[in-house]
Write a protein that binds this ligand. Structure first.
Ligand code: ACO
Length: 320
């Protein structure tokens, strides 16, 4: 049975930090950030956490879908910034929304996390193991930034997006995924080092490090190829797609992808201007924005695509 997204939700921190505020923290300018990335502001967690935003986004998605907590069979969270090493963010959501019939786990596929989660949900639904899943992409990346490093701290934001996915007559038409661990060094953040009574590595907190140009080259080559492969698999042409909803890393990447697949930039909605890059949260938050703006009608064909650390990438063609 095909799997369909039947409801979306999102949650962002209350605090909004404009580029001008960052000029006071690091040696940067609004003009540099806007011209290189398109980002104008981002939401930064103060009282919110990865779990609290995930729970809010999940509740909104369930309300949008008209689905009760007891109906959820599976909860998958794509995140690299859970509040706890364990239990998982997914188990914490399960507890908060009282989805006692669900199996819950997190996955780490960085900015492709929502796409990877969606593909797992689809596989469970298609194979008949479950009927209804909640897929969340959520991050509090602000806690993993070196706020003295201008090359990274200006790029990211916090937030969560969620989708309820259910067996239906139509929905996800194709999914494509890939990974290239050999190039993983382009974007890293170390966890704790080995440290126990037999070795003392003097663990120090590590922050996000990125080779921006490597990631840029990877994105503009891999994403159009993944989208084209997903469209071929679904048997549709780019002209039939109403919207391409891409991971919101950088407006220049989105423009390059639009050009490579020969589609107008108008078909690529964005919210990176106000949200920055929310890693696994980007795609489901953008999907929720577009859905809540009433821009999607049943039967519309849309493409979702995520890409990031790992390196990882995923693309999906959906009939709404
Ligand atoms: N403000 C002012 N100057 C800056 C800033 C800043 N915030 N950050 C870097 N610079 C400086 C650099 O120090 C460098 O100065 P130098 O020439 O004196 O050495 C200069 O700007 C150029 O730096 P580059 O890194 O070459 O800048 P580039 O044009 O490549 O833009 C960017 C950097 C925006 C990160 C770009 O490489 C990019 O878009 N990469 C894609 C990666 C991306 O978007 N990653 C997000 C996370 S990954 C993901 O989500 C997939």
């Amino acid at each position: 049975m095909p799997a369909r997204i039947i409801g979306t939700g999102s949650a962002l921190p209350e605090k909004v930090v404009a580029n001008q505020e960052l000029e006071m923290l690091v040696d940067t300018t609004d003009e540099w950030i806007k011209s290189r990335t398109g980002i104008e502001k981002r939401h930064i967690a103060v009282t919110e956490t990865t779990t609290s935003m995930s729970v809010e986004a999940a509740r909104r998605a369930m309300k949008d879908a008209g689905v009760g907590a007891e109906e959820i069979d599976l909860i998958i969270v794509g995140t690299v910034s859970g509040d706890l090493c364990f239990p998982s963010t997914a188990c914490q959501i399960q507890s908060a929304i009282q989805a006692s019939n669900a199996t819950a786990f997190d996955i780490n596929a960085a900015c492709a996390g929502f796409l990877f989660g969606l593909s797992i949900a689809e596989a469970y639904i298609k194979s008949g193991i479950i009927t209804t899943a909640l897929v969340v992409g959520a991050e509090t990346l602000s806690k993993m930034m070196d706020w003295k490093d201008r090359s990274t701290c200006v790029l990211f934001g916090d937030g969560a997006g969620a989708a309820v996915v259910k067996g239906s007559d139509a929905g996800i038409m194709s999914m494509v995924q890939g990974s290239d661990g050999a190039r993983g060094g382009a974007l890293t953040c170390h966890n704790r080092a080995v440290n126990n009574p037999y070795v003392n590595n003097g663990f120090e907190t590590d922050y996000t490090k990125m080779n921006g140009q490597e990631v840029y080259k990877f994105a503009v080559k891999t994403v159009p190829a993944a989208i084209t492969k997903a469209m071929d698999k679904a048997g549709i042409s780019a002209d039939q797609v109403k919207y391409f909803l891409l991971h919101q890393a950088n407006i220049r990447i989105i423009e390059a992808v639009a050009k490579k697949i020969g589609q107008s930039i108008e078909k690529f909605p964005t919210n990176l201007q106000e949200c920055g890059n929310i890693s696994a949260g980007s795609v489901p938050i953008l999907l929720d924005f577009v859905n809540k703006e009433g821009k999607l009608e049943r039967g519309d064909i849309i493409v979702l695509a995520g890409f990031g650390a790992g390196l990882t990438w995923g693309a999906a063609v959906l009939s709404w």
